[in-house]
Design a protein around this ligand. Structure first.
Ligand code: COA
Length: 481
């Protein structure tokens, strides 16, 4: 099937909801409710038993709608889906999302046969299908939301530059809710479900050229078209970072996958090798997935593996060093010249080596001067800064001033130095960390997580260099340079 119409899943001018229920406790009602909350395109509820749903005129069949329809979202019981698909085909709809469960994931003859019919009908009419057994898409930029979760009990994130493709609908939705709370913006969310047609390769091929997507994240269980997936990954990663959380690492996990989406997961070692070969950054949990995505979305890649650590607390500096080294990064000693420069601007009790420990007596200017010197030294490729916002000499002004120093130094450097932060603490720390992050420097609650985020910048930079696309990526990544 051609991939020419994938964009209509994300930017349809009109959407029909087949199975738009009048019952607020049903999936089809909530889906329509979420869709019309923000989406400004035309929406057509389809339900043979009602004339109106949520104030919109309803049509008995999709074929009765007088206008063109770009996208049909199907939420009727599995047994009815094939006939609805036929109707969609007759209507000339080219993009279909099947929310309904009850197909291959059941492992039954009926389920498998039902899914086969969906594919057959889609092929006959040249339609592209997302699902079945999925949540569909969420595109905040145009308010498109085909998920059916109760918005009184969850939040949806704002528009941002991270796209998230999930094989699990429930996990995907939980991530959206969490991302909204964490302040992470999403460009496109797609729940792929059973992937009877559209799969992660289609998504990569589309998102690599999507101007609104800076970083591609994925939760996957099993990928059935291995070769094609590798090809898509290979053409995407020199252009955009791809961070993947692959579940089913244990034998037991593989068994669980079979009964979830019916995918064949295969040996984890094969995925691991493929990811390495294709420059994928592998995450081992949700935190890592978005920690890395956030640093890649906010900061430029690093040109080497050398980490500079700038801390207010000695212990955190040691832990950050351990974390960085255990990830394969280097924490080099600074040259005598740089140490001398640092001595000139820091307190006599400060430690001007790497980690650079400004001590608990530090004032804002000590951190500002130190980061300036470290960034210009040419001796580190990425900086992890560890402010203690509760230190007596540190004021709230540090937030704005630090962001501004990092920005202005990077403007002067030929290759920018990415900066990530770790601030462990409570309410006040969280408030200021959030403010720093709004300024474009990602902040993490532990040094270990900050180290992994820094690692992602180094690893991706290394990959871009090996592909000869580092400079090209940097020139597109204009935010911090
Ligand atoms: N065309 C349009 N509407 C139709 C229809 C047709 N051919 N046949 C029935 N409908 C209407 C029904 O009348 C009903 O509306 P009403 O409540 O106003 O009467 C509505 O469509 C839904 O049909 P119903 O039979 O009540 O189904 P349901 O809402 O109980 O369940 C699903 C349908 C799809 C939600 C359910 O089968 C399902 O798959 N649930 C799981 C979804 C899921 O978890 N997906 C994966 C997420 S990761």
């Amino acid at each position: 099937m051609s991939s020419g119409t994938i964009s209509k899943f994300f930017y349809p001018n009109s959407v029909a909801v087949v199975g738009a229920s009048r019952d607020p406790s049903k999936v089809g009602y909530q889906l329509l409710y979420n869709l019309i909350s923000k989406y400004k395109g035309r929406v057509y509820p389809i339900n043979p038993h009602v004339s109106e749903v949520l104030g919109l005129k309803a049509y008995p069949r999709i074929t009765s709608v007088p206008d063109d329809i770009d996208l049909a979202v199907i939420s009727v019981p599995a047994s009815t889906v094939p006939s609805v698909m036929e109707d969609c085909g007759l209507k000339g709809v080219k993009n279909v999302i099947v929310i309904s469960a009850g197909f291959k994931e059941l492992g039954t003859v009926e389920g498998i046969e039902g899914e086969r019919k969906i594919v057959e009908i889609a092929k006959k009419f040249g339609m592209r299908v997302i699902g079945p057994n999925c949540m569909g898409v969420y595109v905040p930029k145009i308010g498109l939301n085909t998920t059916f979760l109760n918005p009184d009990r969850m939040d949806f994130p704002e528009h941002g530059n991270i796209s998230f493709i999930s094989q699990s609908g429930a996990f995907g939705i939980a991530v959206l809710d969490w991302a909204a709370m964490r302040g992470i913006g999403i460009s496109k969310f797609v729940s792929l479900g059973n992937k009877c047609d559209v799969d992660e390769s289609d998504m990569l091929d589309y998102l690599v050229g999507d101007e609104d997507t800076q970083v591609i994240t994925m939760y996957i269980e099993g990928v059935e078209v291995g070769r094609r997936f590798i090809k898509s990954l290979k053409s995407t990663t020199p252009v955009k970072p791809v961070v993947i959380l692959k579940a089913g690492r244990s034998e037991e996990g593989v068994r669980a996958i079979a009964s979830h989406t019916g995918s064949l997961a295969g040996a984890d070692i094969v995925y691991d090798a493929a990811f390495k070969q294709c420059g994928v950054l592998r995450a081992y949990g949700m935190d890592e997935l978005f920690d890395m995505a956030l640093s890649l979305s906010l900061q430029p890649p690093a040109q080497g593996m050398r980490v500079g650590i700038l801390t207010v607390g000695g212990g955190s500096g040691v832990m950050a060093t351990d974390a960085a080294v255990s990830l394969g990064l280097k924490v080099p000693k600074l040259s005598d010249a740089t140490v001398g420069k640092l001595r000139n601007v820091l307190l006599p009790i400060a430690s001007p080596y790497n980690p650079v420990d400004v001590t608990g007596s530090a004032r804002n200017e000590h951190l500002l001067n130190a980061v300036d010197i470290m960034m210009r030294s040419g001796e580190v490729d990425v900086i992890i800064w560890i402010p203690y916002f509760m230190a007596p000499g540190i004021t709230d002004e540090l937030v704005e001033d630090f962001v501004s120093v990092v920005r202005s130094v990077n403007k002067e450097l030929s290759t920018p130095i990415p900066v990530v932060g770790a601030a462990t603490g409570g309410r006040h720390t969280l408030k200021l960390s959030t403010a720093v992050e709004k300024g474009g420097i990602p902040m993490y609650p532990t040094v270990e997580r900050a180290a992994k985020a820094a690692w992602a910048l180094c690893k991706y930079g290394q990959w871009l260099k090996s592909k000869g696309t580092f400079d090209d990526y940097l020139s597109r990544f204009s935010k911090f340079t």
